[in-house]
Design a protein around this ligand. Structure first.
Ligand code: GLN
Length: 311
């Protein structure tokens, strides 16, 4: 039996892959028309440990767009670039209980948190205020340091979201009229749409998650890519809001800080332990990958990973 020769963790990931491959629930996102072209059969699971080992099963080298999984990284980047005081003055850290694309702001007319679109667009606006035309390149380079390699952009997905993203544009204007962003709205949205169209693989996401779990030190390159302050705060908002209006249920059941993206990715980072990246394009009604959720639930249950059940 060939599975005998594999380390137990890899064997477990193979079992997850086999068990959840037949899972057919959910639907590929198509409100960004180009995303609708994703192959729903694709399924990849990557897991990176803090000693730099990456376990991979299935389609872990298929590129897909990072979408909302960019949000914790750009929030961390904003904290380190502009200083926590400047960022925390205009973006809240309370869960909203709303869907990711909600246009509702909090009582101060600020975004509820950096994990919903409003908060993420505000982060992109802050980076733009500091870096101007270089904002997107600055973000792309920073995300590449988390992945340990240079990341590209899917120009077709970028163009597709840019052509159809009026709801995000509306959020941008609402943020500007409330003084959350001071920049020209189309410029900020351009940064946001491009950042969402950055191409990653399940393997990349596992390494990026492991870097979050490792207080900002990439376990492959051993580079400190962000301050521990920014990393811990990014993990905090992932814990409370990373899975949108499923965040409470998620942290209760799975107990691992996570972030999903409508491209089909889920990133989960268990501090001091591991980073997980999964890819499967079919999403549930909250916009979270159906198979990805199953993998995280199974992994957490099997290895007893709930973060509030640690010795
Ligand atoms: N680019 C997407 C949007 O703004 C990201 C949403 C997501 O991944 N949940 O709608």
């Amino acid at each position: 039996n060939w599975t005998r020769a594999q380390p137990p963790l890899l064997r477990f990931l193979h079992a997850c892959y086999a068990n959840f491959l037949p899972e057919d629930g959910g639907a590929v996102a198509d409100y960004i028309p180009e995303l609708g072209k994703a192959d729903p059969a694709h399924f990849g699971i990557g897991l990176a440990t803090l000693d730099g080992h990456v376990y991979e099963v299935g389609d872990t080298r298929i590129p897909f767009t990072i979408q909302s999984m960019s949000k914790p990284f750009v929030f961390a980047l904003a904290l380190d670039t502009l200083g926590a005081e400047r960022v925390e003055r205009v973006i809240g850290v309370e869960p909203s209980g709303d869907p990711f694309n909600s246009i509702r702001l909090n009582a101060e007319n600020h975004p509820f948190n950096p994990m919903v679109n409003a908060g993420a667009i505000a982060c992109s606006g802050l980076i733009h205020a500091d870096k101007g035309d270089g904002a997107f390149e600055y973000i792309r380079q920073a995300l590449g340091r988390f992945a340990g390699r240079e990341l590209d952009v899917d120009e077709a997905v970028y163009a597709s979201e840019s052509a159809t993203g009026d709801r995000n544009r509306a959020i941008g204007y609402l943020l500007r009229t409330n003084g959350v962003i001071t920049e020209n709205v189309p410029d900020v949205l351009d940064v946001y749409f491009r950042q969402c169209a950055i191409l990653v693989t399940a393997r990349d996401i596992a390494v990026m998650a492991a870097t979050l779990a490792n207080r900002g030190i990439n376990p492959l390159t051993e580079q400190q890519v962000m301050t521990p302050y920014a990393i811990s705060r990014a993990l905090s908002v992932m814990t409370s809001s990373g899975m949108y209006d499923f965040a409470g249920e998620w942290i209760y059941r799975v107990g691992v800080p996570a972030k999903s993206g409508v491209g089909g990715g889920i990133l989960a980072a268990l501090p001091a332990r591991l980073g997980l990246g999964s890819y499967s394009p079919k999403l549930d009604k909250h916009g979270n990958s159906v198979r990805g959720i199953k993998v995280c639930q199974a992994l957490s249950a099997h290895y007893d990973l709930h973060m509030l059940n640690r010795s």
